[in-house]
Ligand binder design. Structure first.
Ligand code: SAM
Length: 293
């Protein structure tokens, strides 16, 4: 049986040859475990036709496996000093484009349109942990049209993404992500020993299967209510919303809660996504007939 794995220098050899020192400030923990790299690519479920966006290619270990399995790969990397390494590692892959820039600053839909044309995008990344939440929210709220994201995140973030209402880890990020994704699941637990240098935390590969992007105005309303509710998570919803929603009087908030069939003395952490969306809609609808329950 022939080995289809790409033959490339190991991370240790690349780091030595290019005298490259990983930068903690950029979350540079490179994956050095082949099985985990393969699990990530398997979770992305690539058939050779996909347009893949990778955030932070680093030394290119994941990038070249994606290039083997997908139609094209666009990789956004902030650290320009990785350029000679990536040129060597990716030299045999004509279907990879590296864009140098900060993922939080670049125009992702435009970049993807230029690289792929009008294609649905699949995101695959071993994320830099210091920006996990802003990167995820930027992708979900303003990214290209996507169908799936496969992301390496730290374990605590994975716990928050997959949390159920009423648990300690359930919060604003959980509701926001579940709003955009019809399914969120943990695919693999990844010990620190799979990276070089080792991070101080364990990691998890999560897969998010996305819904068609919801109406931005509805998203904006929902996120306002979710932030207001979790902003003071120990307070009842009536108190938390009365405090946070400037311009809304307490009586109209109570009316909206009742209209959404949410008891005013409940706390944000107990509400399901459906209840939050009903509440956001009820608050947007504003005034109700006196006879409403
Ligand atoms: N994909 C490689 C791997 O799995 O071995 C590297 C992953 S490493 C955890 C994160 C990568 O993201 C690094 O290459 C780092 O330089 C890059 N990075 C950090 N901050 C970034 C940002 N704001 N925009 C784009 N890339 C960033």
């Amino acid at each position: 049986m022939t080995d289809s794995r790409p033959s490339v220098p190991s991370a240790a050899e690349l780091l030595r040859r290019y005298a490259f020192h990983p930068k903690k400030s950029l979350g540079q923990h490179f994956l050095v475990d082949d099985r985990i790299l393969e699990r990530i690519v398997a979770a992305a479920d690539l058939s050779g036709r996909e347009a893949v966006l990778e955030i932070g290619p680093g030394l290119g270990a994941l990038t070249l496996r994606l290039a083997q399995a997908a139609w094209r790969v666009l990789a956004v990397e902030k650290d320009r000093s990785l350029q000679p390494v990536l040129s060597e590692v990716l030299r045999d892959f004509g279907n990879v484009q590296v864009c140098w820039g900060d993922v939080l600053e670049v125009d992702l839909p435009r970049m993807c349109e230029e690289a792929f044309g009008p294609r649905t995008v699949r995101v695959v990344a071993n994320l830099p942990y210091y920006v996990t939440t802003p990167v995820m929210m930027k992708l979900l709220e303003e990214g290209p049209v996507m169908d799936r994201m496969v992301l390496m995140v730290q374990r605590e973030v994975a716990d928050r993404l997959t949390a159920r209402p009423g648990t300690k880890t359930y919060g604003a990020l959980t509701v926001a992500v579940q709003w955009f994704a019809e399914k969120v699941e943990s695919v693999a637990r990844v010990p620190a020993s799979c990276f070089w240098p080792r991070p101080e935390v364990d990691s998890v590969v999560v897969r998010l299967d996305l819904r068609p992007r919801p109406d931005p105005e509805v998203t904006r309303r929902l996120s306002r209510v979710v932030r207001a509710g979790f902003g003071q998570r120990r307070k009842t919803l009536l108190n938390a919303l009365s405090h946070a929603l400037a311009g809304r009087d307490r009586a109209s908030i109570e009316q909206a809660l009742r209209h959404a069939r949410v008891a005013p003395d409940r706390r944000a952490e107990t509400l399901s996504l459906e209840e939050f969306t009903r509440l956001a809609q009820a608050l947007a609808d504003g005034v109700y007939p006196k006879s409403m329950p």
